[in-house]
Design a protein around this ligand. Sequence first.
Ligand code: OSB
Ligand code: MG
Length: 369
Amino acid sequence: MKIERVELHRIALQYVHPFETSFGRERQRELILVSVSADGVTGWGECVAGAGPWYSYETVETAGHVLQSFLIPALLGEQVESPADAVARFGRVRGHAMARACLENAVWDLLARARGESLAAMLGGARERVPVGVSVGIEATLDELLDRVALHVEEGYGRVKLKIKPVWDVEVVRAVRERWPDLALQVDANSAYQLADAAVFRELDEFDLLLIEQPLHHEDIVDHAKLQAQLRTPVCLDESIHSPEHARWALDIGACKVINIKVGRVGGLTAARHIHDLCGQRGVPVWCGGMMETNVGRAVNVALATLPNFTMPGDISASARYFDEDIAAPDFVLSPDSTLDVPGGAGHGVRVELERVAAVRSALRVFLA
Ligand code: OSB
Ligand code: MG
């Protein structure tokens, strides 16, 4: 297929509830949606870069720049028959994984739709539903946090992740663990600690957590290996893993026992599947992370999580946990067994509603071959 048209839609959606992590509190999701068209078929991708360079150095603006100046020109007018053709075209771009990922993912969706195949099937996944959990942000008080967790447990989430930071850690986890002794529980520090804080993690080691996510520096693997050696609880890396190479280096030195795979952070579905395969060969479980996506990004995450080594619940919550009204339909709904159904049909399985996109859009750029 010859890529004839690419569009960038800059949009913003209000969260149903503000989301606070160790790097700050946000009330809305600003993001770029990208569409790629060929032969009368259109595929969609979502860029997970945020408004500011907090989780990653990438932002909505840097992603827009790299897409417009380098990635879209490399793809427009080109013949693309497989995702590998798109990946090869982006090979010269270093970093900017989120910008690369959204365009590659749009190409996967385009090709899957053109073939009349689901994205999950095209990736090689077999599951019809995927186990999921919910990521609970930092709240102003412990009572408010306990209310949020109670709400999600009542909704049917069987696995909860708590965001932690210094002073919002051991006491918070103890309180949640006391009230829900059997809940599958994990924590995410988003790099808020140093190796000198290891005593905090030795205390957390007593609460039967599934894992401790990214406790130390956002580029580190060496200190994480030293910390993992002191803990029973598996360390899970998120921010530190940007490619299959980073995953291999981390596993080679024992920096973690689990990896959180985020399609945007690793630069697209091809790299995400490589990391999945590598971890599978080494007996290391993976799970699918989330970036507070719309239904477009969520559909990609659900498809990825159908691969066999995604054995832990993903941060892929129901649509209602994020926005009142999404830009794509149908919504993902939580089943009583804490799973989401994998959509049938061609492509990633959701339909972008153009009127809704236009209503929340601040800019549109169209590129023609
Ligand atoms: O560290 O996993 C993270 C959201 C934005 C940035 C980083 C992270 C998160 C989450 C949200 O934890 C998970 C979700 O999308 O539900
Ligand atoms: Mg994380």
